[in-house]
Design a binder for this molecule. Sequence first.
Ligand SMILES: *Cc1c(COP(=O)(O)O)cnc(C)c1O
Length: 228
Amino acid sequence: MSTIAENIAKVGERIREAAQASQRDYAAIGLLAVSKTKPAAAVRQAHAAGLTDFGENYLQEALDKQAELSDLPLSWHFIGPIQSNKTRPIAEHFAWVHSVDRLKVAERLSAQRPAQLPPLNICLQVNVSGEASKSGCTPQQLPALAQAVSQLPNLKLRGLMTIPQPTDDLATQHAAFARLRQLQDSLNLDLDTLSMGMSHDLEAAIAEGATWVRIGTALFGARDYAQP
Ligand SMILES: *Cc1c(COP(=O)(O)O)cnc(C)c1O
């Protein structure tokens, strides 16, 4: 077994245990493999070990990897900050975008989504920890943004995403994820997705209702940003 296949088995076990602990259906929790900074060969190994959904943060890196892996039936998710002048390739080359936090970006993605493709699946990124530096709309901005995005023709608003301030404190982890779930419930839209939980906090996220956990380090090892 490759290291990546072993890691996938371990993460799968963590997801299974967390689902069981909160009496949730394991099958309702998707494992999104975050492959940013990792080579196409790592994605190929992860696919050989059973994964189909991959998350990328950097557009050019993602497009290069997609081209190298075009022989595989993969589903690509864009999860990084979006510059509004880079929306067209995102609309053309991804199945999901988890990081929409303003209407202008959503409008451009809808206008630029190719007609022959299914609607682009969208999560709105919400800043639940209130740090000035993090992307994401505020909880106050969310209702109007969600209402507007739900009306755009070539998008399918699926739910919410958050990246809380990293902490080892379990109660703080739970509080942030519970907040996202409560915000989702309060929208009264037909939403089925909560994208929350990373390598260090997936258990808390699953306990609070995550349907995608976005896992990089625990699958592929630590990232080395010095490498090109
Ligand atoms: C990098 C990244 C992840 C994965 O984080 P790990 O801690 O490596 O699991 C998840 N979500 C987003 C948005 C990321 O940028």
